[in-house]
Design a protein. Structure first.
Length: 273
């Protein structure tokens, strides 16, 4: 979930990159939210997070032999899921050397239909030639990038005409007034959520991508948030000093932030024109 951050000392992103395992444990072996069909769906977290991966793959509609780009790959769980079911190549990028090392340590059984490779690369300066990929996906990574316009421009550049980009992301819709606005500003600084769906749409259009679908899945993923805040609280108890204080801050802000109706989650699909 938190993958595209700088390595500046003391940076919140660096802190979370050092504790990827907190998300892994809280979110059933993945570091993105889960998806439940409805309130009666009793799926465990691991099944729900895998289901979100499947929804992203379904929107990509990968064909055999295609080359896909994972923007902000985390520790490789998404690629493992997709390559287990689709005969595609996936190039995965992250600015976290720790996460790339974790991803590369995952065994890839030779009988899998697909293969994945992982490398250090910044989505805001992708090191690939134009038109290198048949499709791309970004799961909860764009919100952590300082220059989203540059990132989307590079993603569009490396996609072939007709290639799809699927974004699974938190957004902020609407405005807040008074004390809530101030605290929301603190929370957004911490969780790096800043854009609305409309703003993403405009940036995609500027980059040469046409939005073909948006599905609001806020209520389907909401159950993940309690697991996330519980994970931060547990981690705080196991840490000390500044690390413990930042985990406690994450839990406190998260418990407040995740309840706001302005916070939404959705799946957005765009096509390179």
């Amino acid at each position: 979930m938190l993958t595209q951050q700088s390595h500046t000392s003391g940076d919140v992103g660096t802190f979370y990159n050092r504790h990827t395992d907190v998300y892994d444990q809280a979110l059933g072996g993945n570091i993105h939210v889960g998806y439940w069909d409805d309130e009666a769906d009793g799926s465990p977290m691991r099944v729900a997070t895998d289901r979100l991966t499947d929804l992203v793959a379904e929107r990509l509609a990968p064909a055999e032999g295609q080359h896909l780009l994972d923007v902000g790959c985390g520790h490789g769980s998404t690629a493992a899921r997709i390559t287990a079911h689709h005969a595609v190549r996936i190039t995965e990028v992250s600015v976290s050397d720790y996460q790339v090392e974790l991803a590369n340590s995952r065994p890839q059984p030779p009988e899998l239909p697909g293969r994945a490779t992982f490398q250090l690369a910044d989505a805001m300066e992708l090191p690939f030639p134009d038109g290198s990929f048949d499709g791309a996906y970004a799961i909860e990574s764009l919100m952590h990038m300082k220059d989203k316009e540059a990132a989307l421009g590079h993603i569009a550049r490396v996609l072939r005409p007709g290639g799809r980009l699927v974004i699974a992301e938190h957004t902020l819709e609407g405005e807040l007034d008074g004390p809530d606005a101030d605290r929301m500003a603190d929370a957004c600084t911490f969780f790096m959520v800043s854009l609305s769906t409309d703003r993403y749409g405009k940036l995609l259009e500027q980059a040469g991508l046409t939005v073909v679908d948006y599905t609001d899945t806020t209520e389907n993923v909401r159950r993940s948030y309690d697991s996330m805040t519980d994970g931060w609280r547990k981690a705080a108890r196991d840490l000390d000093g500044q690390d413990a204080r930042e985990m406690e801050t994450a839990a406190e802000l998260g418990a407040w932030f995740f309840e706001f109706p302005q916070l939404r989650y959705g799946l957005l699909t765009a096509v390179r024109t």
